[in-house]
Design a protein around this ligand. Structure first.
Ligand code: GLC
Length: 427
């Protein structure tokens, strides 16, 4: 299977939902709470007997993700605190042994498959309960035990739940955070680990956080394009300090911001993985649901502009600070068609510049209505007129522009040409 074949469905999807749920959710202070408050392992472990997510919670996450227009999901199977949401021979610290005594991962996998959603697993290599992670030389047996757990659990996850579409490692860094990626990869025996994963799940997409570059890069809290591999930008809906449930989380991103990120990811030819952090009982808070439904509605109407799009270098609003900026919004592209996703509506006339391919037709994506335009082949200026004075969709309106050839940014040999100085009185 080639890289392109493997990533085909992922490229079509463009949008996924990340779910951070675990023992930490009970405390409501984010998924790092054990470490950032230095809660001793034994004390933290007591929480496990109070872990009672409501029945059907995983199904609910899947339904919400589906309504948001996501095509895949990624759920934390085990985070840095070591608590597994699945049955494991390598640890007793699981939701199957404690509290609810359920395999939440199985519930999730079944619900996702039933909904036609691709299934992703997040797995943290590091586990804060092992001194051998922090001080490998001082506690070599603990380091060996941790590695045994990693290999054993990754094998379990890749064997016991049928086809898994994405594996997102995390926590591959060393405890000082200073060592180069290659050393981290050695620590985790990442090459061997990933060979095992690929033998068990040949079609799987693996991220780069084991220290070893694999299929995708997964930057956090920013939308950027990949250098060599495809990028999946992941982000919190609320403040970026916590992926797990943060009880007092005052800073929700608006549906418009979320959509801008999604479109920006698509413009760069990448994906957007948006995170929710369910409450202690597994329910999803209204602040998250409302926003996801808005995104889902928009995506349902405009998905032609997003799914399976290719990167597009027409001037848009994707690179803040870049000189050649068009404030209205970014472009996505499919073959010879450009989709101008307008977040800041210009009024009845919309102007885009430096468009190298001849323009054949302009319509509004949702209505199919055609609009008059002019395109100047010398400077590539496109002026679309007769548009509604007010934004047709308060979130974003997509203008579908059909070109003769692939729309590319026009080169500018003379940066001052546009001034037309020969006709300028002052000179
Ligand atoms: C990080 C954090 C973590 C979070 C993750 C999401 O690296 O350690 O808590 O799960 O990124 O991608």
């Amino acid at each position: 299977m080639t890289y392109e074949e493997k990533l085909k469905w992922f490229n079509e999807a463009r949008f996924g939902i990340y779910v951070h749920f675990g023992l930490y959710s009970l405390l409501g202070r984010g998924e790092w709470v054990m470490y950032s408050e230095r809660i001793p392992a034994k004390e933290y472990a007591k929480l496990a007997d109070s872990f009672y997510p409501k029945s059907g919670c995983a199904k609910e996450w899947v339904e919400i993700a589906k309504a948001a227009g996501a095509k895949y999901m990624v759920l934390t199977t085990r985070h840095h605190d070591g608590f597994c949401l699945f049955d494991s021979k390598y640890s007793d610290f699981t939701s199957v042994n404690h509290g609810c005594k359920r395999d939440i991962i199985r519930e999730y996998v079944e619900a996702a498959r039933e909904a036609g959603m691709k299934v992703g697993f997040y797995y943290s290599l590091l586990d804060w309960r092992f001194p051998g992670y922090f001080e490998p030389e001082k506690y070599p047996e603990s380091k060996d035990a941790l590695l045994k757990q990693v290999f054993g659990q990754v094998r379990e996850l890749m064997t016991n739940y049928g086809q898994i579409d994405v594996l997102e490692y995390d926590g591959g860094w060393d405890s000082s955070g200073l060592k180069p990626r290659s050393e981290c990869a050695e620590f985790w025996h990442a090459a061997e680990l990933n060979t095992m994963v690929r033998e068990l799940q040949p079609q799987i997409i693996i991220n780069d956080r084991s220290g070893k570059d694999e299929d995708i890069e997964t930057p956090e809290q920013v939308v950027i394009g990949g250098k060599e591999r495809m990028t999946e930008s992941c982000m919190c809906i609320g403040d970026s300090c916590g992926w797990g449930y943060v009880r007092f989380n005052p800073n929700w991103k608006s549906a418009e911001q979320l959509l801008q990120h999604l479109v920006q990811a698509a413009q760069l030819g990448g994906n957007y993985l948006l995170n929710i952090g369910p409450c202690p009982d597994g329910s999803v808070r209204n602040e998250e649901i409302e926003r996801l439904l808005q995104v889902g509605k928009w995506l349902g109407e405009n998905e032609e502009a997003i799914r399976n799009s290719s990167s597009c270098d027409l001037i848009g609003a994707a690179q803040p600070g870049f000189l050649d900026l068009n404030l209205h919004g970014p472009w996505t592209r499919k073959g010879n068609v450009g989709y101008w996703c307008i977040f800041r509506w210009p009024g009845s006339v919309a102007t885009a510049i430096r468009i190298a391919a001849p323009v054949k037709k302009v319509t509004m994506l949702v209505t199919g209505k055609e609009y008059p335009f002019t395109w100047d082949e010398k400077n590539g200026k496109l002026v679309i007129s007769g548009l509604p004075a007010l934004p047709p969709d308060p979130l974003a309106t997509v203008l579908k522009v059909e070109f003769d050839g692939i729309p590319r940014r026009m080169a500018e040999d003379d940066l001052a040409a546009w001034i037309d100085y020969k006709h300028h009185q002052q000179l």
